[in-house]
Design a protein around this ligand. Structure first.
Ligand code: ATR
Length: 266
């Protein structure tokens, strides 16, 4: 019997995680099965407990359950505690344990796949919701000279920035006159075809605009391209966070390059 894993979310039908983990399992020879669980919004804990009782070893957690998963865990890694969100559950211990691989997934996509240097650069993180929460501390730890968190609702940016020493916060209007080497869009604006109301001139020469969404050319990426910036969607982050979860569960890190290349070609 293979060890059982799954991604839990709502909705989850279009998740690429089962396919990605199947490729990892094949390439590493690990005997696992990986499914998708669509949990009704009020049934997250019940679904996790059911999976655990049936012998499930681990879960990836996606929208909208990452914060709930953190509260559900009896213990967590430092990086999950910093994010106050869990995307990787370990269920084969006495008590459920949580980790968060989103931040390391973003940093690895930026540095390994996109060959970006993060040391000494000026970083702008757009958004202050769950997606931004998951990546702020790992981005800061990667060596940026300065990080600004900007959000439509400035108070949320301030609350998030206060968690990491040296990070500044503001609303979009207050960004005027500042320019960055890396601008990460962690807002959900692209899901509804919207563009955060950003001032002109945000991108320094050679800057990268990164949208954590994937599978669509967002208004943010189109705007950045028009402003002369290099662009990337979040597909590489998806594959890298999956590889880190696989490592946490199985103790072996799969090669992400062929999986990312296959998804890009698809
Ligand atoms: P998630 O967990 O996906 O981050 P969330 O917690 O609802 O979801 O956060 C969504 C983020 O996208 C927030 O930063 C939100 O800004 P507010 O805090 O001001 O609500 C941001 N967002 C969503 N739609 C946006 C839009 N059209 N323009 C700018 N920011 C937007």
């Amino acid at each position: 019997m293979p060890d059982r894993y799954a991604v839990i979310g709502h909705p989850v039908a279009h998740s690429k995680s089962p396919w990605i983990h199947a490729q990892f399992a094949r390439a590493t020879g690990e005997d696992i099965a990986y499914d998708a669980i669509d949990a009704p919004p009020d049934a997250f804990v019940a679904e996790v407990e059911k999976f655990r009782a049936a012998g499930g070893k681990g879960l990836n957690v996606t929208l909208p359950f990452k914060e709930q998963a953190f509260r559900y865990c009896a213990g967590s890694t430092a990086r999950a505690a910093a994010a106050q969100a869990v995307n990787t559950l370990l269920l084969d211990r006495e008590q459920p344990f949580g980790d968060n691989t989103d931040g390391v997934g973003l940093v690895r996509d930026l540095t390994a796949n996109l060959a970006r240097n993060l040391v000494g650069v000026q970083v702008l993180l757009l958004g202050a919701g769950g997606a931004a929460q998951g990546v702020l501390a790992p981005l800061a730890a990667a060596g940026a000279a300065a990080i600004v968190v900007a959000n439509r609702t400035p108070a949320r940016a301030q609350a998030l920035a206060a968690r990491v020493p040296g990070v500044l916060a503001c609303g979009f209007d207050a960004l005027g006159g500042r320019a960055f080497d890396l601008v990460v869009n962690a807002t959900s604006a692209g899901l509804s075809g919207e563009l955060p109301r950003l001032p002109q001139g945000l991108f320094r020469a050679g800057a990268l605009a990164y949208d954590m969404l994937y599978g669509r050319d967002t208004e943010f990426l189109a705007m950045a391209r028009a402003a002369g910036a290099a662009t990337s969607d979040g597909l590489g982050m998806l594959v890298e966070q999956a590889a880190e979860s696989f490592l946490v569960w199985r103790g072996v890190r799969p090669d992400t390059r062929p999986v990312l290349a296959a998804l890009r070609a698809y």
